[in-house]
Design a protein around this ligand. Structure first.
Ligand code: ADP
Ligand code: ZN
Length: 429
């Protein structure tokens, strides 16, 4: 099913011509209206006239998260303040957040991309859509909300709330689709199990999970535990929030809406573009943003482009599941490790429950606390020791470092409010 078939299936030459035109317009606008970019463009010796082909994007300067914090709050505005209608911020961990302004048209475009994304997975106006993401400054609430409303769904803005209340809303209003953090979906599955509620007794059929890195193994777990069809959804506040890239029914990578965002994958160390298919850092340029265009934003998210056409007929290229952020990478005894590698091993093991915590301390000592499922937690020392040894071996094979494993009772590890915190690196404290 298509929401906007023409835009979604535009042939590549037409799509690329559109990108070049939008890129040129964007460069012209920021050069004229945003002193921060005017200066950078001058330094790089590029103006709109130099943008003749897509490859010319590489002549433009990068924008980093640090830049966004430096020009906080409104240093990137390209319209009069009176033209802005919405503000979102990205939390970040320290210091000032990153502020993102939307014009009326930006708000409507963002909703349009969500509508495309949802309809691509089979959502229709008959669906009842429970948005379990936090409302407020975080984009996962409002941006998704207006997109689902645009499709015509009945949208329940439940927000994160308690599991009791989520369940009550699902039962009372016949929720058919949810938008949920993957870490919370695992938690919610455990909650239903505890309450003896069979997921099949609910009407929920689809889940959209995103906003934090998760593995294919986690998706499978959520699908099995909740009996749902789970789709990966990628976005970031700097680029509207959700609706940047989304899986279609084939679930083989996420279509990135290339008429709105120009994507590149670069080598994060050198800044050089990588050929399609190679893994590196995703860099995005807004093509239609009015209030706050951003050139070559370094997302720090690690992925690769799938250049092959998709069976669904959409021409917008796909990106592979994000394997982590470049700044999530842990260096332990000289080995580069992504938390996702650890998650993959853990989630393959049936005795492992929904939560884990990676702790690094001292001289690169790696400890992984692992919650068990109620069935996995059988209380026999021999079984627990055997499980520990098995996890250590499997992890060693995956990450080349043998971690210490601490098994924990179901539900005993701390649960973050909002996005899960999986790593505690005490070396940097
Ligand atoms: P914050 O930086 O405060 O977490 P955002 O809420 O804007 O701000 O989060 C965006 C980030 O969340 C992305 O850059 C990416 O790292 C992560 N993310 C979002 N969706 C996904 C996804 N589907 N898979 C993996 N990571 C994701
Ligand atoms: Zn597809």
């Amino acid at each position: 099913m298509f929401w906007d078939q023409e835009s979604e299936t535009l042939n590549r030459p037409a799509l690329e011509a559109h990108q070049v035109k939008c890129l040129r317009d964007t460069v012209a606008r920021v050069a004229a209206r945003v002193p921060f970019y005017a200066g950078k463009l001058k330094e790089a010796g590029v103006g709109p006239e130099k943008i003749q082909a897509i490859q010319d994007v590489t002549r433009l300067p990068f924008t980093t998260g640090i830049d966004l914090r430096t020009i906080y709050p409104d240093g990137l505005l390209a319209v009069d303040a009176a033209e802005t209608v919405r503000l979102h911020t990205s939390s970040g961990t320290t210091g000032k957040p990153k502020a993102l302004f939307f014009s009326r048209r930006d708000v409507s475009n963002a909703a349009e991309l969500i509508a495309r994304s949802l309809v691509m997975t089979g959502i229709t106006k008959a669906d009842v859509f429970q948005n379990m993401m936090s409302y407020g400054l975080f984009t996962g609430g409002l941006v998704m909300h207006y997109g689902a409303e645009k499709v015509g769904c009945l949208v329940i803005p439940s927000g994160p709330g308690t599991s009791e209340r989520q369940l009550m809303l699902m039962q009372d209003f016949g929720t058919t689709a949810v938008h949920i953090l993957p870490s919370y979906a695992l938690y919610f599955a455990a909650f239903l199990e505890q309450r003896g509620i069979k997921p099949g007794s609910l009407k929920v059929r689809k889940a959209f999970v995103g906003a934090e890195p998760h593995t294919e193994e986690t998706r499978l777990r959520i699908e099995q535990a909740l009996g749902l069809d789970v789709y990966n959804s990628y976005g970031l506040t700097e680029m509207n929030g959700p609706g940047v890239a989304f899986e279609c029914e084939h679930k083989a990578g996420m279509h990135l809406w290339e008429d709105n965002f120009l994507m590149e994958v670069i080598n994060p160390a050198t800044g050089q573009p990588l050929p399609d298919g190679e893994t590196g850092e995703l860099v995005l340029t807004t093509l239609k943003r009015e209030a706050m265009p951003i050139l070559r934003y370094r997302t720090r998210d690690i992925t690769s482009i799938i250049p092959e056409p998709c069976a669904c007929g959409r021409t917008h290229r796909r990106i592979r599941r994000i394997t982590g952020r470049s700044d999530d990478m842990l260096i332990i005894r000289g080995v580069n490790i992504f938390p996702q590698q650890i998650e993959r091993v853990l989630m393959q093991c049936p005795q492992v429950g929904r939560n884990y915590l990676i702790i690094v301390e001292g001289l690169d000592d790696l400890t992984i606390q692992v919650e068990l499922t109620p069935a996995g937690f059988d209380g026999t020392i021999e079984n627990l020791n055997a499980l520990k040894a098995q996890l250590m071996d499997k992890l060693k094979a995956e990450i080349w470092v043998r971690p210490a494993i601490e098994l924990a009772a179901p539900g005993s590890l701390p649960v973050a409010e909002g996005k899960a915190k999986r790593v505690l690196d005490k070396r940097s404290l």
